[in-house]
Design a protein around this ligand. Sequence first.
Ligand SMILES: [Zn+2]
Ligand SMILES: [Zn+2]
Length: 293
Amino acid sequence: MKFKFWGVRGSIATPGENTVKYGGNTTCIEIRTDNNDLIILDAGTGIHLLGQELLAQLPITAHIFITHTHWDHIQGLPFFSPIFIAGNHLKIYGGLDPVTNEGIERALGVQLQYSYFPIREAELNATIEYNTIKPGETISIGSAKITPILLSHPVLNFGYRIDCDGQSLFFTGDYEPIFNIYQKDDPEYDEYQAFLDEKQNEISAAMKDVDALVIDSSYTAEEYISKKGWGHGSYDSAINHANLANAKKLYLTHHEPTRTDTQLEQIHQELLINNPNLNFEVVLAKEGIDINI
Ligand SMILES: [Zn+2]
Ligand SMILES: [Zn+2]
């Protein structure tokens, strides 16, 4: 299995000289099985460039797994050129929104309302198939098995584990590890902590021994203090998860939109200095590089 980041930025696309090295597109990852089956994780603005590259390989069958429907994870979908071309087959997978009780088809349908986009859904000429999937349900695509895991975020949100060709990757999309909302002396604290520990064990088990852990690392420890509850992880929580999961390589992603390339590299250096004895490699996710696991 190999993969490639087409978007590593969180929240909003950030073109410009300060982000040119790691990239300014929002979340999108291309995965290829050894048989060249195409799996795409999230459809942020990065999927636009992927679509341009795929124009040379038509017709395509693409399996697109959406973590959740915040803009930075779906906004590129109407700009994914193969969607307009007959003969292509797009299978889009995602969860059931508990608020609207609608499946992932809503994410594209809403974006294609006439107020937001000039082309109607009926004019998309590719064959589009929507699949509502449940946490823990494994989907097979060629040699790959994809399992969605429920992760905490302000909306329904999946992380995906991909096992394929003897290798594995876990991608969180957006993810803030749950924290205890009670004070230590509150009577509810212990019970809630036991629930959190159980949830953490489930998540660590889902990430267990992965070759590549790609995780939301939006904030420094200092930034996190004022952004607790916003739905994103920190560099420290990323390291903690890689440790708990015994991951082989940690990819820090969902870079803050205001973070420059230089700042990313400074933070990365500090992380390595502050965590000298890690059992895994720590890498900044970067757009446009083929990675063989
Ligand atoms: Zn996001
Ligand atoms: Zn989000």
